[in-house]
Write a protein that binds this ligand. Structure first.
Ligand code: C2E
Ligand code: MG
Ligand code: MG
Ligand code: MG
Length: 296
């Protein structure tokens, strides 16, 4: 460990120079460069995770989850590069690529006569800051020749904590296109009831932390029940994220949670693997959903 004085921190201020920090900054710069190149070369793929009706098991929608096909490391999960993309502004071109890929996929399925359900796309708060995301969505929908109702947009609860006026304007522009809005990871942020009402979100996705609490404690169940009642009172559809067990599934059915998503139903999968689920007559027995959806 060496010491250096940092001008920006004023005279007489010292900080420890940490070799591991230096290494991590270097590798961050390196990672940023490779992410930049990966976007230019479109080294990404969308995985799709089904979201089904809790009572009937009908396939309602599928969430697009991006993966980086790294030439050396293979499939890299989003949590390893989305935060960096957000911090560096690369989320803008990456976000456009994600929208483009989802629209192209819908268009390809449509051309083959495959029955469609909407794809929901995750959008980062920083994608809102230039007020152009609704324009980009509109362009891509038009180019792909698909109905706007085939796209849905998910934003996290914490994303709505930013510049309210700007976010509200952008959200309502997206909604005016005919795209449904989802609050993602609900329960992990601090949105108030009045905010929920003002934002006019269509779907509330309860974070998987609350799904896992469901069967752990009485409080977990009471809490989830309260969310469902509140969402229904505000006219929103409720989705439980991260459903992993039959026990949780049964509980969610008894709580009138509208839709479910999670490993119990199906893991995220490549487009090719989800095709048979689209083509299949749209009803599954929910408690057997895992076996049926994971298929052959
Ligand atoms: P999210 O939007 O909340 O997506 C759900 C995450 O939970 C996904 O992780 C999914 O694979 C995982 N998951 C689904 N079911 C289960 C389950 O039963 N148990 C557990 N433990 N996990 C489950 P993934 O694909 O790693 O994505 C992580 C996060 O990365 C997403 O969380 C989303 O916030 C972000 N993300 C993914 N794709 C994009 C994208 O295209 N753009 C942006 N801005 N963010 C994205
Ligand atoms: Mg999501
Ligand atoms: Mg989520
Ligand atoms: Mg999340």
């Amino acid at each position: 460990v060496a010491m250096y004085s940092s001008k920006s921190e004023g005279k007489g201020q010292y900080r420890f120079y940490d070799a591991s920090l230096h290494e991590s900054l270097k590798s961050k710069a390196h990672l940023k460069q490779s992410l930049f190149d990966a976007i230019a070369e479109e080294q990404f793929v969308l995985y799709y995770q089904p979201r089904v009706d809790t009572q009937t098991g009908r396939l309602c929608s599928m969430e697009a989850l991006v993966r980086w096909i790294h030439p050396k490391r293979g499939l890299v999960p989003p949590l390893e590069f989305i935060p960096l993309a957000e911090a560096t502004g690369l989320i803008q071109p990456l976000g456009r690529l994600v929208i483009n890929m989802a629209c192209a996929q819908l268009s390809a399925w449509q051309a083959r006569g495959i029955p469609l359900v909407p794809i929901s796309i995750n959008v980062s708060p920083s994608q809102f800051s230039h007020g152009e995301i609704h324009c980009h969505l509109a362009e891509e929908i038009e180019k792909a020749g698909i109905s706007a109702s085939l796209l849905e947009v998910e934003i996290t609860e914490s994303a709505m904590m930013g510049d309210q006026a700007e976010i509200m304007a952008e959200l309502s522009a997206i909604r005016d296109l005919g795209i449904k809005l989802h609050i993602d990871d609900f329960g992990t942020g601090y949105s108030s009831l009045s905010q929920l009402q003002r934002l006019k979100m269509d779907v509330l996705k309860v974070d998987k932390a609350f799904t896992s609490e469901l069967t752990n404690s009485r409080d977990g169940k009471v809490f989830f029940q309260a969310i469902v009642s509140m969402a229904h009172a505000l006219g929103m559809t409720v989705v439980a994220e991260g459903v992993e067990t039959a026990e949780q599934m049964a509980m969610l059915q008894s709580l009138s949670c509208d839709e479910v998503q999670g490993y119990f139903i199906a893991r995220p999968m490549p487009a090719h693997d989800i095709e048979p689920l689209l083509a299949r007559p749209a009803r599954y027995a929910p408690l057997q959903a895992t076996r049926i959806l994971q298929g052959s």
